[in-house]
Design a protein around this ligand. Structure first.
Ligand code: SF4
Length: 408
């Protein structure tokens, strides 16, 4: 088996293929293009990707793993694909759940399909994704700005779409804003990116609305791929909106902040103070850039600024030791934060048999009890297109509407 490694080959004339999780993947493509690297975000997954993935695995793997490998193999079988000039991007993690094994399994499957020449680049959250490409610092800085901008654009969409007067108008603004942001990232970010975001804010602020009363806020938390990927989560955000809710989505930034916070936290515990200081400075820089980008749209959003990770983690300590890491910590912490910010319901999503998702579901009743019994729904997705999701969502939104009235 070829070794999985962090590649610097992204600048050696190869094309980097980025599996699609959300439009953040398009942003990553724009970042690489700015650095002179050929890059291609793979199309959003569909039934074909899922079938390819399902046919390759045993069935006990995590859904994001098999979908992304389905996307990879599908692209690799296209006539214009040159394995010797291809790099597949698949971030990894040092544990403790199965995410750290995605790249290992995918390497093996690529090899078995005659694609041993395809490079697999796996930057790790264990060191805050350092070391990718020949300009790793520039890449991370620009990718951070792009991720913040995309998070904010998505927040604008979710804030305004439930109240739009003309169906499709908010989606059209989002699509135009996305192109504006991608162009600005491709040009190197900075002031043009701030201006692009401010323009998005102006346009959403001018969107004709129905004048309806505020709908119940639904905090959407949980495993990051399912949370963001509309195919895997069966378009959960639109379904909530159609049933009368407004979504507050846990951001991509939240995860990226954690991948800075954790290495610093553990470095300090082990007495590696240089690493600790570097991570703290990194977080300070990230926060500074987040504020610079958010300023122009903050007044339009329900929760404009990300809460510092240390504070988030502290919220969860009464229920579980954050040192177990995994997304369970963030999921529970964000649920608590969103409830404090006015959510009338918490929807926690996970792939079928997700380890952190199951931990979250086990602890959720205690958290709920301390949050005035806020309606809480755990939904697990297994790519079988479960038919009872709609009924469960309808009951959940009904409960959230009741909770909203009771609290008012
Ligand atoms: S978070 Fe859940 S779905 Fe993702 S790799 Fe870990 S166990 Fe699998």
């Amino acid at each position: 088996m070829a070794a999985t490694h962090v590649s610097s080959g992204v600048s050696t004339g190869k094309t980097v293929y980025i599996p699609y999780i959300s439009d953040h993947s398009l942003m990553m493509q724009a970042v690489l293009e700015h650095l002179g690297v050929r890059a291609e975000a793979l199309p959003p997954p569909d039934d074909v990707s899922a079938k390819i993935g399902l046919d390759l695995v045993l069935g006990k793997e995590c859904a994001p793993c098999l979908i992304t490998v389905g996307d990879m193999i599908r692209r690799a079988k296209a006539p214009d694909f040159d394995p010797s000039r291809a790099v597949m991007l698949m971030p990894t993690a040092p544990g403790p759940c199965r995410f750290g094994q995605y790249a290992v399994l995918q390497r093996r499957l690529l090899d078995e399909h005659g694609l041993a020449e395809v490079e697999l680049a796996s930057p790790t959250s264990g060191n805050s994704y350092q070391g990718l490409g020949d300009h790793p610092l520039r890449l991370r800085k620009l990718a951070w700005d792009g991720a913040v901008a995309l998070d904010l654009l998505q927040q604008l969409l979710h804030r305004f779409r439930p109240y739009e007067r003309d169906k499709g108008a908010a989606d059209a603004l989002y699509a135009a804003g996305l192109q504006r942001i991608l162009n600005a990232v491709r040009a190197g970010g900075g002031k043009p990116l701030q201006q692009a975001l401010a323009r998005c804010g102006d346009q959403f602020a001018a969107l004709p609305l129905t004048g309806q009363a505020p709908k119940p806020l639904i905090g959407l938390v949980g495993e990051i791929y399912v949370r963001f990927n509309a195919y895997t989560n069966q378009d959960i955000i639109r379904r909530i909106e159609e049933l009368g809710g407004e979504v507050m989505l846990a951001s991509m930034m939240e995860w990226l902040y954690l991948t800075t916070y954790n290495p610093g936290y553990y470095a300090k515990r082990k007495g590696r103070y240089t690493t600790y200081v570097v991570m703290r400075l990194t977080e300070t820089y990230q926060r500074y850039r987040e504020h610079a980008l958010t300023r122009s749209v903050a007044h339009l959003l329900r929760h404009a600024y990300e809460r510092p990770t240390g504070e988030l983690v502290a919220l969860v300590r009464p229920y579980l030791a954050p040192e177990i890491q995994t997304e369970a910590v963030l999921t529970l912490a964000k649920a608590i934060e969103l409830a404090h910010l006015g959510a009338s319901g918490i929807l926690a999503v996970m792939p079928f048999s997700c380890m952190p998702g199951l931990v979250t579901a086990a602890i959720a009743p205690r958290v709920r009890a301390d949050l005035d019994n806020i309606p809480w729904l755990d939904l697990s997705f297994d790519l079988q297109k479960a038919t009872n999701i709609q009924t469960r969502l309808e009951a959940f939104i009904y409960q959230a509407q009741y909770f909203q009235r009771r609290r008012a």
